[in-house]
Design a protein around this ligand. Sequence first.
Ligand code: OXD
Ligand code: MN
Length: 583
Amino acid sequence: MNTNKAVQAWVDEMAKLTKPDRIEWIDGSKEQIESLKKEGFRTGDLIELDQEVLPGCVYHRTAVNDVARVEHLTFICTPTKEEAGPTNNWMAPDEAYNRLGKIFDGSMKGRTMYVIPYLLGTYGSPFTKVGIEITDSIYVVLNMLIMTRAGDIALKHLGDSDEFNKGLHGKEKRDLERRYICQFPQDNTIWSVGSGYGGNVLLGKKCFSLRVASYMGRNEGWMAEHMLILGLEDPKGNITYMTGAFPSACGKTNLAMLVPPDSFPGYKVWTVGDDIAWMRIGEDGRLWAMNPEFGFFGVAPGTSMKSNPNALLTMKSNSIYTNVVITPEKTVWWEGMGVEPPKKAWDWKGNEWTPESGEKGAQPNSRFTAPASQCPCISKEWENPKGVPISAIIFGGRRAKVAPLVYQSFDWNHGVFIGSMMGSETTAAATGQVGVVRRDPMAMLPFCGYNMVDYFRHWIKMGKKIPNPPKIFNVNWFRTDEQGKFIWPGYGENVRILDWIARRCSNQVVANETPIGYVPKPEDIDIKGLGISMKDIDRLLELKKEDWEVEIEDQKKFYEKFGDTLPEELNREYTNLKKRFGL
Ligand code: OXD
Ligand code: MN
């Protein structure tokens, strides 16, 4: 039961705007979840899956025009455009409240308004942030109950404080012309209208955990990052914690849940988080990372017992499947699941589908929402309110040539430079143009709630404040040979690179100093049982000056976007890199 006056006043105000028939407060109880599911089955919003095979699981389809985040309709609503910076869409707060207010006006007539109090972080921790999401979607409620610690627990944590994120979501007509995702960092407010897709509507995820939280972190001296968190346990039982930032489609969830191959015995990877890391300086002078979320919202296609067995095991119960194939037996399937497709089923659009149809059955961005606590490799520290002490930060992307398999920055600022230049080459499927580098600094381009230049400045400043900072690395699993085939086998074998990183962090191994940073000595990558040759390792670690000349030119173009506002430290790193190549 809510007794918080500020929460009540804000909910009243939003109800006055959206005019729902009834208001239901989410307490997080099992009974309430069951009754919401029943209501979802009744309206057709949800389909119950086979409760023997997938206990507690439900299925949902989004509107056909509503299957992904909409970056062009996502706005940072700061008082001035300059605060949002050159890489964000900006709308003035007044205009945004006005424009969206008109769409929200009366939009919940005839419907129920759900009020979801939720936590980002654990109950009782001083680092935890509280949000209240108002929505007219049962699907959103059920997802938020998996993705966050939601219900009465959040109100209890909040007490009578008025410090909470005010999130308003309405599905409206899911009309692209009336779809907006607006963050108001100064007001600790998010308004999202016209979409029912996860990344746009689970306001605790990208909107709060990253866009608003990155702004809070800058002001309060911490960092909200788009990073996985994992612990690598070695055969002696030592655990090295690392975070990793990768653009979409580079296997972040797979890396977070990696299973080492039998040929690399004694190692284990523990998952702390697969998407978001909030990082603070600990009393010991190290950087500590915690996962503010409570579940995983992962891409289904391509998830198989080979690529990510732990994800498949996590989503066996109490999970939500969105836009995948549903079979007559009420089970699910997707491309790249590694099992035979059903002979006949329904695709993500609700049409009859057969494997021979030539159409994809599952939407390429179809998703599973699963409780993190069900993950077989969940770290025993994952709910530690302080998080885990980070030894390494790993950046990465998909590069066919330029970047070697792994390298380490010379120091923090050089690492920030590497992160600022992170990017991936486009694949044919995405744009029709192959090999174009899309820069996505720290994988935060769509998620930074303020000016990216100030974000870089914040990284530099944090580096000065952390007495014992993590070492910074870059990995690239995607180097190809002359035939365009990947040289590195990837997946579980990536543990061999995590192992080199861990050994660098504990000063157990020396490396070659090169113009781009420290590159492993080939013999220090353990290839026992890997089935690739030392020649391949040489190719994976090779630096080609002609490739880097092109890269450095492209880096210049990217930095030009920011005009003369870039921190001088980054310009210096750029010039130094050029000099080291003799350019
Ligand atoms: C996500 C994303 O859904 O980064 O995690 O798009
Ligand atoms: Mn993400």
